[in-house]
Design a protein around this ligand. Sequence first.
Ligand SMILES: C[S@@+](CC[C@H](N)C(=O)[O-])C[C@H]1O[C@@H](n2cnc3c(N)ncnc32)[C@H](O)[C@@H]1O
Length: 306
Amino acid sequence: MKYVHSPVLLDYILSDLVQETDSYYLDCTLGEGGHTEAILNRYQNIKACGLDRDSSVLQIANERLAVFGERFSSFNINFNEAGQLKESGLQFDCALIDLGISVFHYKSSGRGFTFLKDEPLDMRLDSEGTSVEHIINTYSEKELKDIFYKYAEERFTPNIVKRIMQSRIEKPITSSLELATIIENAIPHKFRSRNIHPATKVFQALRIVANNELDNITKGIPQVLSLLKKGGRLGVITFHSIEDRIVKKIFAELNKECLCPPKLPICSCGKVREVKIIGKSIIPTETEIENNPPSRSARLRIVEKL
Ligand SMILES: C[S@@+](CC[C@H](N)C(=O)[O-])C[C@H]1O[C@@H](n2cnc3c(N)ncnc32)[C@H](O)[C@@H]1O
């Protein structure tokens, strides 16, 4: 089996997230298992547990990591429900949330994540999601504009939405290529990038909404932290400035000792500092981007539980 996803920022994960003394690693977004495989190979004393909400990619990882026997286990769950692992008494030394989707999803899932092939317009990672076909064909003009402005920061939103509304009156939009063509035709030639397909940002925005990805970050981080031992590290890799802003804000709040207004003479909020921020955010080197273009927008932030 050939794996199509290369784990991003792997050197930093192996050196700054996982520590020599760690004994149990939690991979909250296992994908094809690239990070986990590298960690299990590097640190012979570590065990790993992987989560993925997508059962098809989880199956690939399970087959790949079966060679590690009892050192590896997995659960087909959303990391926003990771807290439930506490019921089984599980506790971890380090955890990684590598957001978004895997190259597997673009290349092999057949669920319309790509505009390079003609596939059904779905993009759901599990049955909790809302299909993009439903979003595109039933959401109001205002709802679609909000999605494209907010999550794609797409300046040609009015024209794209106008064309979607016109097109769906004639017949529902059901394929990825159909939608990509509508978007492409709505963007004037001189504003199209040579390297990046004009539908890239809108497709990413629709995927984020289809899978409720931003809410998962907000709900999931506290749950994952609750599973870490004191001194355990959590790393989050984002691929979008909106995701990164959310992670940065959550980490900053958890890092604060007090949330009272500055003028209050004594603290009355009862807040305790929960994490320490480890270093600055990390982005891939030019060489990594050259070797693995999907890493180009990655950013890693690490905190340590206090
Ligand atoms: C970027 S890929 C992970 C790649 C992996 N680190 C590797 O090296 O192969 C992200 C994975 O997270 C999964 N995923 C996305 N959101 C999730 C969530 N809320 N809970 C669990 N898994 C999620 C996706 O299905 C996808 O397989």
